[in-house]
Ligand binder design. Structure first.
Ligand code: SAH
Length: 376
């Protein structure tokens, strides 16, 4: 039994309780959108969640090699495209701006590209926008912040785009359905009988929104199975693919997720590097889900863009030269302890039992780029 009451509930929890009392139970997607993105109290709006002191650590925060190799990947693609200018480099959900800072440093090898680069950050958090500004203030580069990807596409007009998103799609709101005897019931968030706890429930009957579930997931599902869909992520993917198809360029989307759509619950909450109840402290825990790359690939192809075969993060980084780069950085270390840190960081990125297999890399490109480095 919980002893917390409305009086002690956080402002965001109070807001959600009021919303549920006024409108009835909320779809999981609305709950996630409010918990992560509420303009005042949302998780991402109010803090920098990254790093050992925060709630979770990401690949660019583990090693500079991650952003460097991605920068060089875009450099190679740009050369394959006969070096269009200006270069619009776009990052969705840039966190602390570390990946972009490392990528730009690596692009000093291609001064013709770097000197003509304009950076576009899609970021809603004012706290993180400031960190991103600080991260690349040493570079003489024009940066524009946008609230959503469509704004980037409108700003650059007919120019090709070079787009990177690391751990962005996993933070977008999902809807969840549970297979019952007579159909799919949607997961909702409501309040318990004492009206001070948020709990999950299901629609009493099958939900019309279940048409969003991919057919091949529906076909194999058994009673009790869970299906997840992310309409917001699908819409963004569609906008990216449309731009690549019309005006060219390439996108790298990196996230944890699965190669084939299937049933299963992946919605989770993490706080201080530990799993926690996703409904206990809205706004104070990171909420994520695994990305369904199968659906994203199909949508990109339907829009007329190339969606290349999915790689694991390990395969992508190894093909881009992480082993040589690790050896090079180790050779420059002053102490064995530093060299050991470089090696440990590389292993965290590519290790089979670490991020190497769970994280996947999806590359998209416009019609004139049928092959991409590392994906041939
Ligand atoms: N890519 C970074 C940070 C990942 S955390 C890294 O790898 O370290 C997720 C990032 O996406 C944060 O910058 C967060 O503020 C941003 N974000 C989350 N939801 C968003 C949304 N709907 N629109 C724009 N940015 C969003």
């Amino acid at each position: 039994m919980s002893s917390s009451s409305n009086k002690t509930a956080s402002p965001l929890k109070q807001h959600l309780i009021r919303l549920i009392k006024a409108q009835g139970p909320l779809p999981l997607s609305v709950y996630m959108a409010e918990a992560l993105g509420h303009p005042e109290y949302g998780y991402y709006r109010s803090r920098d969640p990254l790093g050992e002191q925060g709630d979770f650590t990401t690949a660019p925060e583990i090693s500079q090699m991650f952003g460097e190799l991605i920068g060089l990947w875009f450099g190679t693609v740009w050369q394959m495209m006969e070096s269009p200018q200006p270069v619009h480099l776009v990052e969705l959900g840039p966190g602390r701006g570390t990946l972009m800072a490392d990528a730009l440093r690596a692009l000093k090898l291609l001064p013709n590209m770097k000197d003509n680069t304009q950076v576009h950050f899609v970021e809603t958090s004012p706290v993180l926008r400031q960190k991103q500004k600080d991260a690349i203030k040493g570079e003489d580069i024009d940066i524009t912040w946008h609230d959503h990807f469509q704004a980037v596409s409108q700003t650059v007009g007919r120019a090709p785009l070079f787009i990177i998103a690391n751990e962005f799609f996993d933070a977008l709101p999902i809807q969840q359905f549970v297979r019952q005897e007579h159909g799919w019931h949607e997961r909702l968030v409501t309040i318990n009988s004492s009206e001070n706890q948020l709990v999950s429930t299901l629609t009493p009957g099958p939900s019309p929104a279940a048409h969003l579930i991919p057919a091949r997931v529906k076909e194999t599902a058994q009673p009790g199975d869970i299906a997840e869909v992310c309409p917001v992520g699908q819409a963004i993917l569609r906008d990216i693919a449309d731009h690549l198809k019309e005006y060219g360029g390439a996108a790298l989307l990196i996230d944890y997720g699965h190669e084939h759509s299937s049933v299963g619950e992946t919605f989770q909450a993490v706080r201080h590097h530990e799993y926690t109840d996703p409904f206990a402290e809205p706004g104070d825990a990171d909420l994520t889900t695994h990305v369904d790359f199968d659906v994203l690939q199909q949508l990109a192809r339907m829009a007329g863009a190339h969606a290349h075969p999915l790689l694991t993060q390990a395969d992508f980084l190894i093909r881009m030269g992480i082993l040589d780069r690790t050896a090079q950085l180790k050779a420059h270390c002053k102490t064995p302890a530093q060299a050991n840190d470089v090696e440990t960081a590389a292993q965290r990125l590519i290790g089979t039992d670490q991020m190497g297999q769970l994280f996947k890399v999806l590359a998209l490109s416009g019609p004139t780029l049928p092959y991409l480095p590392g994906f041939e």
